[in-house]
Design a binder for this molecule. Structure first.
Ligand SMILES: Nc1ncnc2c1ncn2[C@@H]1O[C@H](COP(=O)(O)OP(=O)(O)OP(=O)(O)O)[C@@H](O)[C@H]1O
Length: 253
């Protein structure tokens, strides 16, 4: 079991100034599985997700305690290069945010940053990444047009392609379908299942049906505490914690 753990969070606390947003979080994230994070607004899901690739470092007043290990290396270790970390742990946001550049340039941005210069190699990465998100057929004739000309759903698939172009180990997704219509949402959900073959995925979602559809594991957060974490099926059918049950049956939140 131990070898299947990609990310291990131990006694993790997080503060914005005096406000403690996360309280003693412990979680092991299994390789090539989808882990969903659910809970009412303001419970700390995004703070937790952003801690995993150290995006919270940008917030001056923030402070953390505890350990987050990626493949047994502490991501907060001073020796850990943040550019390398973000290569290993990619992120997709709520609103599609392609760069105002061509489709091609969006995908090759990361690989170029990490030193890939060979045109043929870059072309391969573009084709491979776009095929992986089932966008290739839709855009192969307009790779050099602006990414901003794509629909919202296509833009989000492009952002996922951009994230996987550098071959991360983990993909973090912060409510990746909340700005999309139902059909685009289904496409992304199918894509998440496909991508789990190659990546470890952690997804924040407000949509409990979505968590149930896409994930193997679910964590329920409430007021900065990880109240319950376990197999998705158990969390949704037979949770141990009364708060989890109240939340999934719609009694609050
Ligand atoms: N930059 C910040 N400075 C101060 N407090 C913050 C900051 N970001 C978030 N918080 C607070 O931390 C708590 C957790 O916020 P967070 O965004 O992680 O919750 P969430 O569960 O993702 O909520 P939502 O589902 O609404 O996105 C909230 O009380 C929020 O007000």
């Amino acid at each position: 079991m131990e070898n299947n753990i990609r990310l291990s969070v131990k006694n993790f606390n997080f503060y914005y100034g005096n406000f403690q947003a996360l309280n003693n979080i412990n979680m092991d994230v299994e390789k090539n599985k989808v882990t969903a994070l659910i809970g009412p607004s303001g419970c700390g899901k995004s703070t937790f997700l952003r801690s995993i690739n150290r995006m919270n470092d940008l917030i001056d007043i923030s402070k953390y305690e505890g350990i987050i290990q990626l493949d047994e290396t502490d991501i907060f270790d001073k020796k850990y290069d943040i550019v390398e970390l973000r290569k290993s742990i990619g992120m997709v946001f709520q609103k599609p945010n392609p760069f105002p550049k061509t489709i091609y340039e969006n995908i090759v941005y990361g690989p170029k940053l990490h030193g890939t210069r060979d045109k043929k190699k870059l072309d391969e990465i573009v084709e491979g990444s776009l095929k992986a998100v089932a966008l290739w057929d839709e855009v192969k004739d307009k790779l050099h047009q602006s990414a901003l000309g794509l629909s919202g759903g296509q833009q989000q698939r492009l952002c996922i392609a951009r994230a996987i172009a550098v071959e991360p180990e983990i993909l973090l997704m912060d409510e990746p379908t909340s700005a999309l219509d139902p059909i685009s949402t289904l496409k992304i959900e199918r894509l998440i299942r496909d991508l789990a073959k190659d990546y470890t995925i952690i997804i924040v979602t407000h949509n409990m049906q979505q968590a149930a559809r896409v994930s193997e594991y679910t964590g329920f957060f409430y007021q900065g505490v990880l109240e319950e974490f376990g197999p998705t099926e158990k969390i949704f059918t037979n949770p141990d914690n009364k708060k989890t049950e109240d939340y999934i049956t719609g009694k609050f939140g």
